[in-house]
Design a binder for this molecule. Sequence first.
Ligand code: APR
Ligand code: PHB
Length: 407
Amino acid sequence: MRTQVGIIGAGPAGLLLSHLLHLRGIGSVVLERRSRAHVERRVRAGVLEQGTVDTLVAAGVGERLLREGLVHRGIELRHGGAGHRVAFERLVPGRAITVYGQQEVVKDLVAARLAAGGDVRFEVGDVAVHDAGTDRPHLTFGGERLDCDVIAGCDGFHGVSRASVPEGVLTAYERDYPFAWLGVLARVRPSAEELIYARSERGFALHSMRSPEISRFYLQVPAGEDVADWPDERIWAELRARLETVPGFTLATGEIVEKGVTPMRSFVAEPMRYGRLFLAGDAAHIVPPTGAKGLNLAVADVRVLTEALAHWYATGSADLLDGYSDTCLRRVWRAQHFSWWMTTLLHTFDSDDAYGRRLQHSHLDYVTSSAAAATTLAENYVGLPYERDLPGPAPAAAEDDRNEGTS
Ligand code: APR
Ligand code: PHB
């Protein structure tokens, strides 16, 4: 069996890559180890940057997203007994985020691929990468062989693609955090119209949502926490303790339909390529979910890889493929820093001394009182323009800065 691009993984990265390649007339086969039902019900994050929304709409898979997605033009940072709205419409006019569950994106992409006759294979066991360092790579799975021009490793942090790269080729950059997130999905109307990021002495809490009837919450818990130690009553009590810290706010409670603990880590593997194997999405990098960047980074990687492959097939030139890793890593590291920054700003650290806690309070006070500081948060949160990722010098600073000689 042969295809142009062999894709491992039917998460957002693998499915979107397959779809975008199809739109450019490039064939692919997607090999997914889990069932379709599993990947379509897997609850993950739910914040889409403006660029992600634009990408999905332009690719013809944004109809339900535009209909059901919740457009948000601000978030609230809650600390020290007060709430502070970060108003995107004032700080980054015209840019917003859309709240739409990742599993909904996956459903839309699976439907689009199957409707187009795409070759997406679920419940495929023991996928293995072969000869990625040559110009004749291939995949094997379940006793079958798939010859490809190129392999896309879209199989997430625990996949086989990154692990198939020979020792010594990749450099891993990582940071673990001394806490995790307990995620909760509840059948209850959201208690606020927008997301609330709350820092309290008890720890971080996030109020998010999926629809006018479904709320999504996260609680900072110790690393390695067992979800069995968090019965519903304890979850609601802790959410109320960390969120009901401003006058007039009452948290609505209801039926918890899903809960789970997610570890927090920052991770980047460089380069994001080995020969004819290209890593995209979580296979190459992981961010703590505080900045809601994981899905958006996967989309950005896939955009770059699609353009590079289309250019290669059209012209025979591999220059964009050769630039794939560096182009992606510019956005990846910006998102790594932003996610680390949001995480250290809003979470409590047992290792912090009294001085460290004062620094954190002062930092939060600055971000919620300075337009310049809030703009930094806002422009990273809604997503920096894709044009910024193009190789070459960083975009010049603002006109007045340039006149003052700061470049
Ligand atoms: N063979 C085939 N498929 C595999 C294998 C394997 N050996 N290992 C993993 N997979 C599949 C997983 O079952 C999953 O469906 O690869 C897919 C990877 O999808 P994601 O983990 O969602 O990664 P990605 O597509 O890069 O999307 C990143 O997903 O996990 C979230 O927070 C993350 O929002 C981010 C987004
Ligand atoms: C979510 O709704 O799942 C969500 C929102 C914001 C985040 C992380 C997750 O920073």
